[in-house]
Structures are given as C-alpha cells and as structure tokens.
Design a protein around this ligand. Structure first.
Ligand code: NAD
Ligand code: DAU
Length: 335
C-alpha cells in the first residue's frame, strides 16, 4: 500500500508515521510537509533512512508541486494531517490558515480525484463544533459552529470533503478528535508549554479564570483511531475521537507542576484568549461501536510518561524553543 501522509513533520503526523511504520509493515509512506515553524524533521530522525519511508518538502496548497508528487507515485490513500493548528496564531493572522487548511485541502481533493486515489482521510478537530455548556458532549450530528479563524478553516475543509463525497463520489472519511498530548508536541500548546516553562523556571500563563475545559487524549490513541478510520471507516462518514477525560486548564497545570515538583507560584493569570471556547467534550460512541476503537492510555500514566518524555528529551524542546531545530533539516536534508 502506498500512503501519502501530509503534515508528517508535525506533532500528530510524526507520531502517526512512527505508528504506521511500526505496526503496518505493508505500508510504504511518502511524507509531504512544507516545514513551517512547527514542522520538525527531528521528530522523524529515527526513521529518516527507513526503507518504507520518504520525505518530500512541499506546500499542499501548491497545485504544481503536488501534481508532480501524485504523478510520481500511485497512491492507495491520502491522510491529510497538514494544517495551521494554533488558535492564538489564527487570531492574529488568519490568512495562512485559509491558505493551508482550506485551499490546501481543496488541492489534495482535486488531485485525489484526478489520480483516482481510492481513499482520502481528513484529520479534523472537535473545535468545528464550537463550545459546549457545562453538560453534554459533541456527537457527529452536532451542528458545526466554529468560533475561531482556525476552527472555521477546519470546518471549511470538512465541508469541502463532504461536497467532494456527494458531488464526485469521492471515498473520503473525516475524524474529529479532541485535544492531544504526548511526545513531539510543539511547545506553544498548553501541555508542552507549561512543562517546558516550569523546567525553565518561567511563568505559566493561564488564560482568563483557568476554568476552560478540554478533553485530553494521548496522541497514540488518536493515531490508532486515524488508522482505523482510514482502513474501515464508511464512505462519507465522520468519526468523533476523544478520551472522556475532561480537565479544566488550572487543574491540569497544577497536576503538571505536581508531577514536576515545581511550585504553584509559577502560575500567572493572563488576559483571556478572544472568543475562547469554554468547554469541549467528545462522545466517541460511534467509532467505538462501528470500528471497535477505545482509548488505551489512562490519563494519569499517560501524563506522567509525557512529562518523563520532555524531561528525557530536553535537547529536543530546547532546540525548538531556541529555533535551532530548523538548522537540522537544512544540514541533514540540504533543504
Ligand atoms: P502541528 O502544527 O504540530 O503540525 C502541522 C504540520 O503541518 C507541520 O509539520 C507543518 O509543517 C505542516 N504544514 C503546515 N502547513 C503546511 C502546508 N501548507 N503544506 C504542507 N505541510 C504543512 O499540528 P498537529 O497538532 O500535529 O495537528 C495535525 C492535524 O490534527 C491538524 O489537521 C489538526 O487540525 C488536527 N488536530 C490536532 C489536535 C491537537 O490537539 N493537536 C486535535 C485534533 C485535531
Ligand atoms: O480540540 C482540538 C484542538 O486542540 C486542536 O484542533 C488544535 O489544533 C489544538 O491546538 C488544540 O486547541 P486548543 O486551543 O484547545 O489548545 P491549546 O493548547 O492552545 O490550549 C488549550 C487550553 O489551554 C485552551 O483553553 C487555552 C488554554 N491556554 C493555552 C495556552 C497556549 C492557556 O491557558 N495558556 C496558554 O499559554
């Protein structure tokens, strides 16, 4: 099987590549990534020369570059992880979110149709559903109500995928996952930012009252869900993915400080994110019932192993925070 993975140098994409190379020996992988600020080939250093893996630097929204890639290999499936993903950045600069998340997805959909690739997986997010009150959970029939430029662009991509299924008969499937945590997450997102700031003795910026709620899932569980959806998901179907594991931000940050043995005095309340979604929670009954997916990590041990990973990989996150990581691929890949 020839699989095109986009965005494979990012957090979830790189974990997915490790997962597939380890657990699915029938798969040859091509990883296409533009290497934006959060694309980091150090995440894939262990598989750089793997016989079933190849990296190509390209922008998914560049139709000519992507046409060459689709023409060169007869793909059996496309898994689209590539995206601009940070909500705060989408608030200060929405344009690049529309470029990659909407136009990039459209380019991939067109080429998937043109080259008759039999299967397309769109990695989406629970943020397309907007914000929840204190109770309830998102199901696949919850209306789309995105609140940030990031989530609007992801919802736009989902609607395009839906339209290509209905108009052109494309065989596509969408997953909508809750917040991920684990190794190789860029330290602008809550968990790695708080761990690394605490280790550096810097303030931990908690937005607003700190009582916004997220539903946390280990990235490896997301990767297994993505693979199952790609392999067995119904044509045109959407699958919510989540861990039934709600935490408010303040409680989570305190737990991280406890695991690190650092003082709560590092917590600093800062101005809230504009339009900050209050609560996300996922009802994952459909993927559990139809595809047999269940989370395997329990949060207390998953969080502890994640903290341990950042402790053991200090050079990785220090190189990311200092910008040194971008020299790695320039040297190793002559890019
Ligand atoms: P990330 O920001 O860590 O990585 C994104 C990757 O996409 C990077 O390697 C980047 O270089 C690449 N990229 C960006 N623009 C590109 C372009 N134009 N062409 C090619 N590559 C490009 O993101 P992540 O957290 O790994 O998220 C991956 C996917 O999962 C995204 O689609 C995101 O919406 C979705 N998702 C993320 C989470 C989460 O908690 N992180 C949860 C649910 C869904
Ligand atoms: O729900 C899935 C989404 O989760 C993904 O689609 C996004 O790509 C991913 O970035 C994530 O979005 P969030 O906005 O939920 O993640 P973030 O890590 O930015 O923030 C998590 C919560 O922590 C949120 O309520 C904002 C808060 N926060 C975040 C940062 C970076 C803080 O209080 N302080 C911070 O410094």
């Amino acid at each position: 099987m020839n699989l095109l993975v986009t965005g494979g140098a990012g957090f979830i994409g790189s974990n997915f590549i490790h997962h597939v190379l380890r657990d699915h020996p029938q798969v040859n992988l091509v990883n296409v990534d533009a290497l934006t600020y959060c694309g980091n080939l150090e995440n894939l250093a262990a598989v750089k020369d793997h016989p079933r893996y190849r990296f190509i630097k390209a922008d998914i929204a560049d139709p000519e570059a992507m046409e060459r890639i689709f023409a060169e290999t007869r793909f059996d499936a496309v898994a689209n992880f590539a995206a601009e993903t940070h909500v705060d950045r989408s608030i200060t600069g929405p344009a690049v979110f529309l470029h990659t998340n909407v136009l990039g997805t459209q380019v991939l959909l067109d080429l998937t149709m043109k080259h008759r690739v039999p299967r397309f997986l769109q990695i989406s997010t629970d943020e397309v559903y907007g914000s929840l009150p204190e109770t309830g959970a998102f199901t696949e029939s919850t209306p789309l109500a995105p609140n940030s430029p990031y989530s609007s662009s992801k919802a736009g991509a989902d609607l395009l995928v839906r339209a290509y299924v209905h108009t052109y008969g494309l065989d596509a499937v969408i997953t909508r996952c809750s917040n991920n945590y684990g190794p190789f997450q860029f330290p602008e997102k809550l968990i790695p930012l708080m761990i690394t700031n605490a280790l550096e003795g810097r303030p931990l910026p908690v937005y607003g009252d700190g009582l916004n709620v997220r539903d946390w899932l280990h990235v490896e569980d997301h990767c297994r869900a993505a693979w199952l959806a790609l392999e067995k998901g119904g044509r045109g179907d959407v699958y919510n993915v989540g861990g039934s594991n709600e935490w408010n931000n303040l409680a989570l940050v305190k737990e991280l400080l406890r695991l690190l043995g650092k003082p709560e005095t590092l917590i600093t309340f800062v101005k809230d994110r504009p339009g900050h979604d209050r609560r996300y929670a996922i009802d994952a009954a459909k993927i559990s019932r139809d595809l047999g997916w269940h989370p395997t990590y329990d949060f207390s041990s998953g969080l502890k192993t994640t903290v341990d990973w950042y402790l053991a990989n200090e050079s990785w996150w220090r190189r990311v925070k200092s910008g040194e990581y971008q020299k790695y691929y320039q040297e190793q890949y002559r890019l």
